[in-house]
Design a protein around this ligand. Structure first.
Ligand code: FAD
Ligand code: MG
Ligand code: MG
Length: 321
């Protein structure tokens, strides 16, 4: 019987999220470097306080382009491309709506309909003007705001993986709160996958629908049960429909994407939210390397395909489709 490898866990709170790093060697210095790297990107990308590169862009909306660091530029370019896909539910310019709903932050409330339509008019991704030579970003209308909340954690998870590889660490796990990036397997013995729990919506933190097993892959989950508030008996969650300005309302409680890169997981969870199960599965049939696990409100777990992971259902109140 192979010896179980010992796992060392390191935690922090960054980006308003619990961060967990697992390594197979006790190495506080390395863990510290990883948390510093995450902090570095948080400081560039946050929209929750100034200064950051993204806040500098937002403050200059309608006024002038802002030159940003090449990594930030490439991330914004990728986020704009995802926003311009046909019928995309992803929108990097969703900031004015996120700021007026404040879901997950103090003071969240249902904004007046007039305010939502006024803010919707400030969210066109076409109005995010990029200049590849200057690495500059210009928000063409005053009042526009970028929000990279649905993509930045994925980007950062991938940078952590690359950093660990550069340090000759090829086994481990980083969880940025919804974005899990695994390196290799869960033991030195090959063929031992990592187990990532699929959370049961609106249940206790340890209540799982089942377990996803992967090696060297990213597992990103986006759920309506993560950040929400209730008003007049109705729940409002933080994934907004860029077409209406209101939280996306369909048959889904959560979408999980398994992929190589976490940035794809982040983008595709949002795209899948917008499409729903049937259209989402049809779309992913032509996308090898991106696989989805949909959890519906009527307690179905739908797998788009299963080349990159295995899934074991644990909760018998759910039906695996
Ligand atoms: P996802 O489903 O991946 O993304 C949802 C988030 O994306 C929303 O919260 C909103 O920000 C945005 N969004 C909503 N609708 C759309 C849409 N249609 N298209 C594109 N984007 C959309 N949280 C705190 O509480 N305090 C902090 O100080 C804080 N700082 C952060 C700093 C950084 C750099 C980042 C990346 C996140 C930070 N967060 C913070 C968390 C952030 O506010 C979001 O809640 C978080 O990014 C949501 O990630 P998720 O994976 O849970 O949800
Ligand atoms: Mg996310
Ligand atoms: Mg999420």
């Amino acid at each position: 019987m192979p010896q179980e490898a010992h796992v060392y866990s390191y935690s922090a709170v960054l980006m308003g999220s619990p961060i967990l790093l697992k390594l197979f060697q006790h190495n506080e210095h390395l863990a510290h470097q990883v948390f510093r790297l995450i902090k570095h990107y948080e400081n560039l990308l946050t929209v929750n306080r100034s200064p950051s590169e993204v806040m500098n862009i937002n403050h200059a909306a309608g006024l002038h382009p802002v030159v940003v660091n090449p990594a930030v530029y490439q991330l914004i370019k990728c986020a704009k491309a995802a926003s311009l896909l046909p019928n995309s539910a992803f929108n990097l310019a969703i900031g004015p709506l996120v700021k007026c709903w404040k879901i997950g932050f103090q003071g969240s409330s249902v904004p007046p309909a007039g305010e939502i339509s006024a803010r919707l008019a400030l969210t066109s991704p076409h109005q995010v003007i990029l200049d590849d030579e200057q690495h500059s970003v210009f928000l063409a209308q005053a009042g526009m705001e970028l929000d990279l909340g649905a993509i930045a954690k994925g980007y950062i998870a991938d940078r952590v993986r690359d950093f660990l590889h550069s340090q000759q660490v090829f086994q481990g796990l980083i969880n940025l709160g919804g974005n899990v990036q695994t390196l290799g397997g869960a033991s030195q013995v090959s063929g031992t996958p990592w187990s990532v729990g699929l959370k049961k919506p609106f249940a206790g933190p340890d209540d799982l629908i089942g377990v996803i097993e992967v090696e060297g892959k990213s597992v990103v989950t986006s759920g309506t049960y993560e950040r929400w508030f209730e008003f007049a008996g109705k729940r409002y969650h933080h994934i907004l429909d860029p077409r209406t300005g209101y939280p996306l309302d369909n048959e889904l409680h959560s979408v999980t994407i398994v992929s190589q890169d976490s940035i794809d997981g982040d983008i595709w969870t949002t795209l899948m939210y917008g499409m729903g199960v049937d259209q989402g599965c049809a779309c992913l049939a032509n996308k090898p390397g991106i696989e989805a696990i949909f959890v519906t409100k009527d307690c179905r777990v739908v797998l788009s395909s299963q080349q990159l992971f295995t899934f074991t259902l644990q909760d018998s109140s759910y039906q695996l489709v």
